[in-house]
Every structure is written in structure tokens, then in C-alpha cells.
Design a protein around this ligand. Sequence first.
Ligand SMILES: Cc1cc2nc3c(=O)[nH]c(=O)nc-3n(C[C@H](O)[C@H](O)[C@H](O)COP(=O)(O)O)c2cc1C
Length: 188
Amino acid sequence: MKVLHIDSSILADASVSRQLSQAIMTQLQQKHADLDIEYLDLATQHIPHLTGEILMGQNAQQTALSEKLIQQYLDADIVVIGAAMYNFGLSSALKAWIDRISVAGKTFKYTETGPVGLAGDKKAYIASSRGGVYGENSPADFQEGLLTTVLNFTGVTDIQVIRAEGVNMGAELKEKAIADALNTVKAI
Ligand SMILES: Cc1cc2nc3c(=O)[nH]c(=O)nc-3n(C[C@H](O)[C@H](O)[C@H](O)COP(=O)(O)O)c2cc1C
């Protein structure tokens, strides 16, 4: 079983989303003996922003990188994404990854009845961390909302969000938010 594990927080060892995504991976490894894991640390493995040149296939090196990222995403049976909320959205590094894998004809296609995802048949876990408290479907949430929409657009609808929020609202709340999220992970 192939797992694509992505981290995108800029906060290294202090990152909450990295702690959660790692806990999800540990849980998955306990459940499945045969995991074939690919790890992308977007804070250190820098994906250049999409440019017109890259989009038009005029940069061979970047075309190869885009193709590798798309194939990795298509091949995965499970995707685990550590997604921090930065300025109501995702880290720019994770957005750069999204821009590379959201490609018509590869991960979705346009049809007469609308777009159809081509990367379904996989399970996604989103390890979400937020300084404030938003709950679900907040109009100020361009983080989980964007990521879920993109995954859905590529056909991935089986998504579980593991969320620690309010982590910048005092030590007690942070500790509780992380403990609750880690408890949810144990039930995976
Ligand atoms: C650059 C930056 C921007 C942030 N923007 C927000 C924000 O818009 N809303 C919020 O609730 N928390 C915000 N935070 C707090 C983070 O969401 C919180 O620290 C979370 O734990 C980040 O995930 P990480 O620990 O995995 O990096 C921000 C933090 C940073 C460093």
C-alpha cells in the first residue's frame, strides 16, 4: 500500500501539524505492515512557484518535477497532508504543490457535464493546525476548505480532518487541542 506523506509547516520541530501528521503515519504503520512511504517535506524540498514558463512546458527540469509530483499523487493509496493555517490559508509551499498536481488531463478532466476527478480511490488525512478557533466551514477558513476542495476536485472524497485549533490561545488550550487530536488519531 502506497502512502504519500506531506508536511508543509515552516515551524520544524515546533510545528503542530507535523506532530499530527507523524502520529497519523505511526498509526497507519501499526495498522498496515506493508506501507510503501514517500515523504515530501515542502519546507525543505522547495517546489518553485508555478510560472508561465513551467505551465507551458518550457522548463524541462520543472516539467520532470511536475510529472514526478503528479505520479506520486496518483499512485498513492493514502495521502497524509500536514496543513498549517497561515494567514487564513495554506503555506505557500503547499499551495505550490497544489499548483503542480492540479493538472487537467492528469488529475482531473473537463467533460460536458463538468469536471471529473481522476485521482479518486484513495483516502486522505489532513493534519490541520490553527492558532485560532474556526470549527468547520468558517467563512474565514481558506485552509481546510481549499485543501478539501482541491482533493475533491481531483476525485478524492474520502477525507478525514484531524484538527488541533486554538493552539495560540494559551498553553492549556494548546495542550488540550493536541491531546484531543492525538486521541482521534488513535481511532484511525
Ligand atoms: C505566518 C503565520 C501565519 C499565521 N496565520 C494564522 C491565521 O491566519 N489564523 C490562525 O488562526 N492562526 C494563524 N497562525 C497560527 C498557526 O495556524 C498555528 O501556529 C499553527 O500551529 C501552525 O501550524 P504549524 O504549527 O504546523 O506550523 C499563523 C502562524 C504563522 C507562523
